[in-house]
Write a protein that binds this ligand. Structure first.
Ligand code: 1Q0
Length: 214
């Protein structure tokens, strides 16, 4: 039986990480990345079919962790300080020069875009009824957000994988926070926090014209 053994963490703990990352108008990277690790564990518990998604997300988290543990680690305390540091030191490919294909700014942008998908998906899940299909909710959320940033092959793989998502009741169990009413409450809190984290990051990226980083 997948659901009891594969639960690594309660989804409410993941929500707590994103809550702690808000400070209140800055995003603390340490907690943001711990939140992401929780999300990655969650995808992993959905099975091997989703491995290509979790391994890409993990790769990005690890790039940012490496910066945090590196020589300039103290510059990577918040998303704001990271952006300021990388821009001031010209460590970002603002004009497709290809010198810094793995800057913190472009790497975080990928996670940031995925958070929009998560916000839309969790909101659909929260307002869904027992007979709603997770694959449909996930596909709608994806098409309205992340899909526009993905080439067709990635889109095809993602849409293909969504068909194998566990159904709503199973998904609620994997979230591991208790009865459906409790899950819905946690989802409500998650949506509010994730959209706040998203909003703050988005504003910062708009301000510095970083939303199209290659
Ligand atoms: C629930 C199942 C997960 C559905 C995830 C939807 C997103 C699909 C993304 C598929 C693409 C992955 C393959 C790689 C794509 C990269 O090309 C792309 C761009 O990076 P780059 O370096 O090539 O420019 N990478 C990305 O867009 C990053 C994608 C990260 C997706 C992370 C999804 C996080 C999912 C979390 C599931 C949590 C479910 C609920 C938990 C409740 C918690 C309160």
């Amino acid at each position: 039986c997948v659901h009891s053994a594969a639960v690594y963490r309660r989804s409410s703990e993941v929500v707590d990480c994103f809550k702690m990352s808000l400070s209140p108008n800055q995003i603390i990277l340490e907690h943001y990345l711990t939140g992401w690790r929780g999300l990655i564990k969650f995808i992993d518990s959905l099975g091997k079919l989703f491995g290509f998604i979790s391994s890409d997300a993990l790769k990005k988290v690890e790039i940012l962790v490496r910066f945090r543990n590196g020589d300039n680690g103290s510059e990577y305390t918040t998303v704001q300080s990271m952006v300021q540091f990388e821009l001031q030191n010209e460590l970002v490919d603002v004009n497709k020069t290809g010198i810094y294909p793995e800057s913190g700014c472009r790497t975080l942008l990928r996670l940031h875009r995925a958070l929009k998908w998560l916000e839309l998906f969790l909101d659909r899940l929260r307002t869904s009824t027992e007979d709603s299909k997770t694959s449909v909710m996930c596909t709608e959320a994806y098409n309205a957000s992340l899909a526009q940033h993905h080439p067709w092959l990635v889109k095809k793989a993602a849409l293909g994988a969504f068909r194998f998502l566990p159904q709503r009741s199973e998904f609620f169990k994997i979230m591991n926070v208790g009865p459906p009413e409790k899950v819905v409450a946690v989802l409500g809190e998650a949506v509010v926090l994730i959209s706040e984290v998203y909003r703050i990051t988005e504003e910062l990226y708009v301000k510095h014209n970083l939303l199209d980083l290659p």
